[in-house]
Design a protein. Structure first.
Length: 597
């Protein structure tokens, strides 16, 4: 009996997964697109969350999707709350679909409506589409049909497994024990947490109700607990997410937890006074589905006016650290009210871009430090700060684009255009820092490393990269036109160094001093250094040409081009001597104060 029940649950879960995946494949990116775009009001968010969850048959999947949007900063926390509320309503549709599995034909034409007949026809149609159609659309529709048939078969297997329990005195007594609300709630939470699916838990409850021995007093507290237990996979999925991602997962838990507490207190308090006559009513699969839907809809109705309060609560429960508050402080400078005053708005943009430059500089240094001494917490920090740098680009880009729609002087228009170019350079530098960190993580996982000679050469180049990023950051913040002239010659020196080191590394490979895998990583890291230098030079070119009437800046060139003039040659010669490989082999200079966290 236990094995039959478990096999039924397994088929049910697999069928639901297959049907949901097929529906998502048929819809393509439309579900995600609707989920992202159509949430400008809470009512739309609830409706959309319910609709998407009805389609993919899983509130957990919808919530995990939303966590991804919030985690990537494409969606605000308040938008996510309304979608999750809708998802809690949408997940109850599965219970109504499962009611179809209890349709039986007594004879004649009624037999056509039986579950066995419907499942068989759907399964045959599904396997034909899956096996004989070439178009992926039809194959995915076949998967949906097969998933539905397997789901129905799973429900029939569960129902058949628990059928003998109606005569089992021990089981009847156990269900009577569930009439104790606290015991029933606990069972609902634990059972759903184990299954990791509210729909599956409701399906098992419907199967038990088919025995005819499940009463309202036993079923209601289990339904209350099911929602809380379903939060388990969502909370697991939020591990490693951003603060707002974890807050989104917490919303899912709090939504059902508040529903449990509020309706539990209200219902049992009123029942203590009124003594509802339906407490001993025998439940059916339809009545279980009805209770589940009413509970979820009623919970959303109560919480809907308090969406802003829920947002404040989760922000209080998952607090920002001082560092995170400082990270977000720059964005407060981009005040929408200043857009109509371009001179002030451009000044604010410069301040925010200075903050972005500092974050980029620190992240480049963190990433390079990992090459000499890998630490997992430092790697994780590089990835978090990379997300923040991307957010700078998005916020600044949106703000500057709004400025372009205002009436501005030619100088202001040119300044905005150059700022748009510069933030793109800064963001690309951040991307290369993240890639260098990824390379160091890969080497750490594979327990590989560079030869001592290669590491000494790499340290000299890293010294040069540290200097170019420091100079770029300082020059931009101070708007130092003269200092900007140092970047291009240093960039050419770095490019030449990287080219020379690639040739040297080929020689080491031919002598067997390094493996092919390490050689590939070494070359990729040098390529990233070259591109960092190119983007630093691009940002400084924009700064130097800011005063020119006609600016034509190719900031995304993959190389730094040599300049002319005595000043350029002087800087180039100085940096060439400073970062000469043979003279500085193995030298690692001490970091400047601004590089130390």
């Amino acid at each position: 009996m236990i094995l039959s029940l478990l096999s039924g649950v397994a088929m049910f879960l697999y069928g639901m997964l297959l049907m949901g995946d097929g529906l998502k494949m048929v819809a393509g990116d439309k579900l995600e697109s609707f989920l992202y775009k159509m949430t400008n009001t809470p009512v739309k968010g609830v409706a959309l969350g319910a609709g998407v969850t009805c389609v993919i048959q899983s509130s957990s999947a919808t919530t995990v999707m939303v966590i991804g949007f919030v985690n990537s900063m494409m969606m605000k926390l308040r938008q996510a709350i309304s979608i999750i509320m809708g998802a809690n309503i949408g997940t109850s549709i599965t219970g109504w679909i499962l009611c179809l599995s209890y349709i039986d034909g007594s004879g004649g034409i009624a037999t056509i409506l039986s579950t066995a007949t419907i499942s068989a026809l759907v399964a045959v149609a599904g396997i034909v589409l899956r096996m004989f159609c070439k178009r992926s659309l039809y194959k995915n529709i076949g998967n949906i049909m097969l998933g539905f048939a397997i789901l129905m078969m799973g429900m029939q297997t569960m129902s058949g497994a628990v059928e003998p329990l109606r005569e089992n005195e021990m089981f009847v007594n156990m269900l009577t024990m569930f009439s104790n609300p606290l015991a029933g709630i606990l069972v609902g939470i634990v059972f759903t947490a184990v299954l990791q699916s509210a729909s599956a838990a409701v399906g098992v409850l419907q199967a038990l109700s088919a025995t005819g021995i499940l009463t309202f007093s036993s079923a209601f507290p289990i339904v209350l607990g099911i929602g809380v237990g379903a939060a388990c996979p969502v909370l697991i999925s939020s591990i490693g997410a951003s603060k707002n991602g974890r807050r989104t997962a917490l919303i899912y838990l709090l939504n059902d937890l508040f529903g449990l507490v509020f309706w539990g207190i209200v219902f049992y308090t009123v029942n203590a006074v009124v003594h509802f006559p339906f407490m001993d009513m025998v439940m059916t699969p339809v009545s279980v589905a009805l209770i589940n839907t009413i509970f979820r809809v009623a919970t959303v109705c109560v919480l809907f006016p308090f969406i802003s309060k829920l947002e404040k609560l989760v922000c209080w429960l998952v607090k920002d650290t001082q560092e995170e508050k400082e990270d977000e402080a720059d964005f407060e400078l981009l005040d929408e009210r200043l857009v109509t005053y371009p001179a002030l708005a451009i000044g604010q943009c410069h301040r925010v871009m200075s903050g972005m430059a500092k974050k980029v500089r620190k992240n480049v240094n963190r990433a390079m430090n990992l090459l000499n001494e890998y630490q997992q917490d430092k790697f994780d920090k590089v990835q978090r700060k990379e997300d923040l740098i991307d957010k700078y680009e998005t916020k600044l880009g949106d703000y500057l684009m709004k400025l372009t729609k205002q009436e501005m002087t030619s100088t202001q228009t040119r300044q905005v255009s150059l700022y748009l170019s510069t933030i793109s350079d800064f963001e690309r530098i951040g991307d290369h820092a993240a890639y260098i960190a990824h390379m160091s993580s890969e080497m750490n996982e594979k327990h590989t490393g560079f030869s001592e000679e290669a590491r000494d050469e790499l340290n000299v180049v890293m010294d040069a990269v540290r200097e170019i990023i420091n100079v770029t950051c300082r020059v931009f913040m101070d708007d130092d036109q003269e200092g900007a002239k140092k970047v291009a010659p240093l960039g050419v020196v770095i490019t030449n160094l990287c080219d020379d080191l690639k040739h040297d590394h080929v020689k080491r490979l031919s002598r067997g001093m390094c493996g092919m895998e390490e050689g590939t990583v070494f070359t990729d890291i040098l390529n990233s250094f070259t591109r960092i230098a190119a983007h630093c030079a691009g940002a400084m070119t924009a700064l130097m040409k800011a005063a020119e009437e006609d600016t034509d800046i190719h900031i995304h060139d993959s190389r730094v081009y040599a300049g002319d003039g005595m000043e350029y040659y002087t800087y180039f010669k100085e940096y060439s001597q400073k970062y000469d490989i043979e003279k500085n082999n193995g030298h690692v200079r001490s970091m400047e104060p601004e590089e130390i966290e």
